[in-house]
Ligand binder design. Structure first.
Ligand SMILES: Nc1ncnc2c1ncn2[C@@H]1O[C@H](COP(=O)(O)OP(=O)(O)O)[C@@H](O)[C@H]1O
Ligand SMILES: [Mg+2]
Length: 252
């Protein structure tokens, strides 16, 4: 089985040369929910943005070394189509950022930019809103402004927007950190269905959420991969003392 992502000695430096990620080696497998936990400032967000090369769009540049493969291909190969990569590796952020347009247009804009024929938009919108567990709540008001949705609904719209492009991987950066328990549960249910088709990398500052929904979990601390294990193992009998301290709330 070809891993979805394969990282070997991935190292990232900030603009001032300070290390953000220190020789991270791991694989993310097809159809798994891969959890990423660790204290603030550990490099979790930086790692996600390297995986779809959106780090190159940021004002603060990072310098990346080491090997990184997406479905067996070098992610930094000169002939790699970066726009296609970003469609295949979708991302949802902590703060929902719907565009100031209708619910429907939030989804169809990305389809238009990706060159998807207009005839497919309606079906893709319905399928992705359903997969994001939002369709039944919005189906009668698709043309109302997205800003009229609740925070939890806006986040599910952002999830639907990413899913409409039919990505192979979804990167979720603390997607439930600002949400109520019901919206959080909806998103967690949606992830369980999604993982039948795609890989999900879920960064979460909620240790209980990682334990509930992920198959394997990596604990990242100050740029270093401390432990990677089956989630059940990592949360019940961690191998590293630093992991035990973190999950029991003794630091971070
Ligand atoms: N481009 C950059 N240049 C310099 N420092 C950066 C850059 N991007 C992130 N950092 C720093 O790297 C560290 C890790 O940040 P981040 O990836 O956001 O961690 P996390 O998501 O785990 O909280 C932080 O100290 C942050 O300030
Ligand atoms: Mg972060």
């Amino acid at each position: 089985m070809i891993p979805t992502f394969e990282l070997q000695g991935l190292t990232a430096y900030g603009q001032g040369g300070e290390p953000i990620l220190k020789g991270v080696s791991l694989s993310v497998l097809p159809r798994e929910i891969f959890g990423l936990i660790g204290p603030a400032g550990s490099g979790k967000t930086t790692l996600l943005t390297i995986l779809n090369r959106t780090c190159e769009l940021a004002r603060r540049r990072v310098q990346v070394t080491g090997a990184l493969r997406f479905e067996g291909r070098d992610l930094f190969a000169p002939d790699l189509d970066v726009s296609q990569l970003r469609r295949q590796v979708g991302m949802v952020f902590a703060v929902p950022l719907p565009l100031p347009m209708s619910i429907r247009e939030n989804i169809t804009l990305g389809l238009k930019l990706a060159g998807i024929p207009r005839g497919e938009w309606g079906e893709r919108a319905e399928t992705s809103l359903t997969a994001a567990a939002l369709f039944s709540e919005v189906k009668d008001r698709l043309d109302t402004p997205a800003m009229t949705l609740s925070g939890g609904q806006q986040q599910r719209l952002c999830l639907a927007r990413a899913l409409a492009l039919e990505p192979k991987v979804l990167l979720l950066d603390e997607p439930c950190s600002g949400l109520d328990p019901i919206s959080t549960a909806r998103i967690e249910e949606a992830l369980q269905v999604l993982k039948e088709r795609i890989s999900v990398i879920l960064v979460t500052n909620n240790v209980k959420q990682a334990a509930r929904v992920t198959d394997r979990t990596a604990f990242l601390c100050l740029g270093e991969l401390v432990e990677l294990n089956a989630t059940v193992k990592l949360f019940t009998t961690p191998e590293q003392a630093r992991t035990a301290d973190y999950i029991s709330g003794r630091f971070g």
